[in-house]
Design a protein around this ligand. Structure first.
Ligand code: FES
Ligand code: FES
Length: 159
């Protein structure tokens, strides 16, 4: 199959790849760039495990054709924080025990990040709405919502 050039900025790095037209953004991230923090659950836009931030919005990367994102800015969980300096939302997830198996966590974190970038002081309803596309089979969501609320406070305190 013919390939076309894809240009993206991923976690602050410019990349260029020749990709097949049928490749999804998820495939490019995991198979071409080896950013396997982004997970594939359902593959049909229903679980949110594959959530990344594309041009400032949380998207299901399994539902985005890679070439349709050409020129875009992509953030994945690998770009969120570092081992020595976690992102406030990562710190809050740890402190609130907002993960168990962790499969949903990268997607949850990216949905939370997109929300907090847009709305620094979200209500509980806004948090629930922002993660409504992210399924978690383990936690029951209470700790996740608490963690995102706390992360908002931490970010605001950082100024
Ligand atoms: S893997 Fe993309 S929404 Fe489930
Ligand atoms: S922590 Fe297991 S699915 Fe959410």
């Amino acid at each position: 199959m013919a390939k076309k050039k894809l240009r993206l900025t991923v976690n602050g790095h410019r990349i260029e790849k020749d990709v097949e037209e049928s490749m999804r953004l998820l495939d490019v991230l995991r198979e071409e760039l080896f950013l396997t923090g982004t997970k594939e659950g359902c593959g049909i836009g229903e679980c949110g495990a594959c959530t990344v931030v594309l041009d400032g919005k949380a998207v299901n990367s399994c539902m985005v054709l890679a070439l349709s994102a050409d020129g875009g800015i992509v953030e994945t969980v690998e770009g969120l924080g570092s081992r020595s300096k976690l992102h406030p939302v990562q710190e809050a997830f740890l402190d609130h025990h907002a993960l168990q198996c962790g499969f949903c966590t990268p997607g949850m974190l990216m949905s939370a990040k997109a929300l907090l970038d847009e709305n620094s002081n979200p209500s509980e309803e806004e948090i629930k709405e922002a993660i409504s596309g992210n399924l978690c089979r383990c936690t029951g969501y209470v700790q996740i919502v608490d963690a995102i609320k706390d992360a908002a406070g931490r970010r605001n305190n950082l100024g």
